[in-house]
Design a protein around this ligand. Structure first.
Ligand code: HGY
Ligand code: MN
Ligand code: MN
Length: 402
């Protein structure tokens, strides 16, 4: 089956006029889950759901020593179509390619779909893979609320899933010997190097912090400027401070999400909530960046007589992927490709979470513009097909022997 044919089966799901909207446990997600189950059935694969909402399609009974690939279906609001789904579609096509080659793997091979990787609905990145490995308390996760106040437990139950099934699955994790996630590159390194496929070596540490600014709601027209305690002012300063500190300290800082209360045109806001996404090349640099941003905002909040609270919502440690596995991926992919660059990324992935318990690595597929988390995110069909073949070569090599 050609990449484009399988891709078109899911491309319309969650597509809007302004990019993709595929929230975990939404109607779109359920349609994608049904598609996933149909792919497993079409190929005679054993379908497993781990109780956390993560799906697995196994070629061969899941026993010890399995090789897993896959990624996530969910998107950021207004996101691109490739971030996540490319790894799942490529996983199924890679299995098809192995079967077409007549490969009979010595190990079980699985394709996974992890739930809520973006954390766009419930706020914690890689929620599904963290639940799988026991990196987040199930009760805390089930109580997480989306922007409408719906908890994860309610969202699951609303789609007929049983929240009481949410728990760590050490048995499942123990049966996996390696996880290789294929993902569209979120940057232009491969485009600049002229390579269709690369291998991931590291993920920058990163996290997201909720910033709450509390002032005094009042009339926009009758409140004198020097009598205001305006949280929007402090928030505006926070956005500039984050950007400036990132430039000065060499990290990445973004404030892309904000809400104001009461969000009225003719009222000085009572409160503003913003979210900081901060990333840096190592843990010390990240701590330094977040600390510097926090200090600048606290100083300004005092001047504005605005209360300020900044709380961590989700942090992801620095990841160094398994070096021998990285080299196996490079070696296998070079069977067909002249050059297979190694590259680090500042984007988080489920592979980064599983890497704490399982040898993990990533394959990246060239993204001509480098744009991601936006509607114009793209990869050419030719590069996606090259990614499928490279993934098939990697899986064939990893599953060749027990
Ligand atoms: O936000 C990230 O780094 C990833 O795309 N979830
Ligand atoms: Mn993403
Ligand atoms: Mn992703």
């Amino acid at each position: 089956m050609r990449f484009r044919d399988l891709w078109e089966e899911i491309a319309p799901i969650g597509r809007t006029d302004h990019g993709y909207l595929r929230y975990a446990w939404s109607g779109e997600d359920m349609a994608l889950r049904e598609w996933f189950a149909a792919q497993a059935s079409r190929r005679g694969l054993f379908l497993e759901e781990d109780g956390n909402g993560n799906l697995f399609a196994w070629w061969g009974p899941r026993s010890g020593g399995a090789i897993l690939t896959g990624s996530h279906f969910d998107s950021v609001p207004g996101g691109g179509g490739y971030d996540g789904p490319l790894g799942i579609v490529s996983g199924f096509l890679a299995l098809d390619e192995l079967r077409a080659r007549g490969v009979r793997p010595a190990r079980p091979i699985g394709v996974a779909a992890f739930v809520e990787e973006e954390g766009s609905r419930f706020g914690v990145a890689c929620l599904g893979s963290r639940l799988l490995i026991g990196a987040i308390d199930p009760e805390r996760a089930l109580a997480l609320r989306d922007r409408d106040g719906i908890t994860l437990a309610e969202a699951m139950a609303g789609q007929g899933a049983d929240p009481s099934g949410v728990r760590p699955r050490p048995d499942l994790v123990a049966s996996i010997d390696a996880f290789v996630e294929l993902h569209v590159e979120q940057g232009r390194a491969l485009a600049e190097m002229g390579a269709p496929v690369g291998v991931g070596t590291d993920i920058w540490p990163h996290g997201r912090w909720r910033m709450v600014f509390t002032g005094e709601g009042n009339h926009a027209g009758t409140t004198p400027m020097d009598a205001r305690r305006d949280p929007m002012l402090t928030y505006a300063y926070a956005v500039l401070a984050a950007n400036k500190q990132a430039r000065l300290l060499g990290g990445h800082a973004t404030v892309g999400r904000v809400s104001a209360r009461p969000n009225a045109t003719n009222a000085v806001p009572a409160g503003v909530t913003g979210w900081l996404d901060a990333r840096a090349a190592d843990a010390d640099a990240l701590a330094g960046l977040v600390g510097a941003i926090r200090a600048k905002i606290e100083e300004r909040a005092a001047r504005d007589r605005v209360e300020f609270a900044m709380t961590e919502e989700s942090t992801s440690r620095a990841v160094r992927f398994d070096a021998p596995l990285v080299e196996s991926c490079v070696r296998a992919a070079r069977r067909r490709l002249p050059e297979v660059p190694r590259l680090a990324t500042a984007a988080g992935h489920d592979a980064g979470v599983l890497a704490r318990h399982v040898p993990a690595a990533m394959l990246f597929v060239r993204n001509p513009t480098g744009v991601s988390h936006a509607p114009s995110e793209h990869a050419t069909d030719a590069d996606c097909a090259a990614g499928v073949s490279a993934l098939a070569d990697v899986l064939e090599e990893l599953a060749a022997h027990r």
